[in-house]
Write a protein that binds this ligand. Structure first.
Ligand code: CA
Length: 351
């Protein structure tokens, strides 16, 4: 969140959903950048309403996640808190507080708007913020400041932040580590297969899939295609996926070292922009991974239709094409189309 915008407007970091709304509204209508023009938005999301983790977290839900409800694991899609979150998003959209390009932007375009000072709240990976976004933002506006936005406590009183499960994170090794051999064995395991024969595209994190070429996957026209659904992964194949995804980051080890050193230097000098550290600390404090790590054939059978209908539902509600009762229709549809079977399966596999 743009800290300098908060300061310009005499506002503080929001602690409640109402304050959250008021800040986003002021970011849109009260000229937070002081240029006398109506040229800013509270926030922006991406295609399919991605990059809106902060908003959903304020309501204790994340699209695609599951949480425990009694003795079952339920998708956040059908939690009542999701209905409240959708109503909140719809309000932001109809009042022009959410960038109207939200439906068509990808992550790079959101980042560009953040850099140019068009949006006051944006979602990004911590490393991207440190390496690219904030330095680029300073070239546009040397007075720009950002501060990690911790979502207000949700209706159940908890503060949650989504935590990823993939291998794309960064690893740090303590200088006081007394078993470096084990650490190095771990890294070696990550990279032990020869990746030099793989097309460069495979080393693009967006395209990495998993498994053994010719068995689980095949290369068609230079693209790496998987023969098995991610939902059908065995634990062994999942381990390969994790390892494979990690390999894409091996070539950034040098820059990671530079990042750590730069961050440490800035901390020592008292000039730190430590969003990476904020993110780590807050992920530890508030992070709530989805309750479901393993899915099975039932989920695989229904998930595409589920996600498709979900996207139709959220788009129609947020843009005002349908009333909030479209969410009630979605929940009824969920249960009429295998929903309880999904719940039963993920509960059996994960609890
Ligand atoms: Ca302005």
């Amino acid at each position: 969140m743009r800290k300098d915008w908060l300061d310009n407007l005499g506002l503080s970091m929001p602690k409640t959903v109402d304050e959250f709304y008021n800040v986003l509204r002021a970011f849109t209508f009260d000229d937070p950048d002081g240029n006398g023009r109506h040229d800013t938005y509270g926030l922006a999301g991406g295609v399919n309403f991605s990059y809106l983790w902060q908003v959903f977290s304020a309501f204790g839900v994340q699209p695609g996640d599951f949480q425990r409800v009694g003795n079952e694991l339920h998708p956040d899609y059908i939690r009542p808190e999701m209905r409240t979150a959708l109503a909140f998003l719809s309000r932001l959209y109809s009042e022009g507080i959410m960038d109207k390009d939200t439906l068509v932007m990808n992550g790079n375009q959101i980042e560009d708007k953040a850099v140019r000072g068009i949006i006051g709240l944006f979602g990004s990976a911590a490393a991207g913020l440190v390496i690219r976004i904030y330095p680029n933002m300073l070239t546009v506006n040397p007075n720009a400041q950002v501060e990690l936005f911790v979502p207000p406590p949700s209706t159940n009183g908890n503060v949650i932040m989504p935590v990823g499960r993939n291998g794309g994170g960064m690893r740090g090794v303590s200088a006081r580590c007394n078993n470096m051999d084990a650490v190095m064995r771990y890294f070696n395991w990550m990279i032990e297969q020869d990746t030099s024969a793989l097309p460069l595209e495979i080393l693009n994190a967006d395209k990495v899939l998993m498994g053994t070429i010719g068995v689980d996957t095949q290369i068609v026209g230079g693209k790496y295609l998987t023969n098995i659904s991610q939902n059908m992964l065995t634990p062994a194949a999942a381990a390969d996926l994790y390892r494979f995804a990690y390999r894409t980051h091996v070539n950034t080890v040098i820059s990671d070292k530079q990042l750590f050193e730069r961050t440490q230097t800035e901390i020592d000098a008292g000039t730190a922009l430590p969003p990476f550290l904020w993110a780590q600390q807050n992920a530890a404090k508030y992070g709530r991974p989805s309750a479901v790590a393993i899915t099975g054939p039932v989920y695989a059978e229904y998930v595409n239709d589920l996600n498709t209908y979900w996207q139709e539902t959220i788009a129609s509600i947020v843009t005002g094409a349908k009333p909030i009762t479209a969410w009630d229709d979605f929940v009824r549809w969920f249960y009429a189309n295998g929903g309880q079977k999904i719940i039963d399966e993920v509960t059996r596999l994960n609890m």
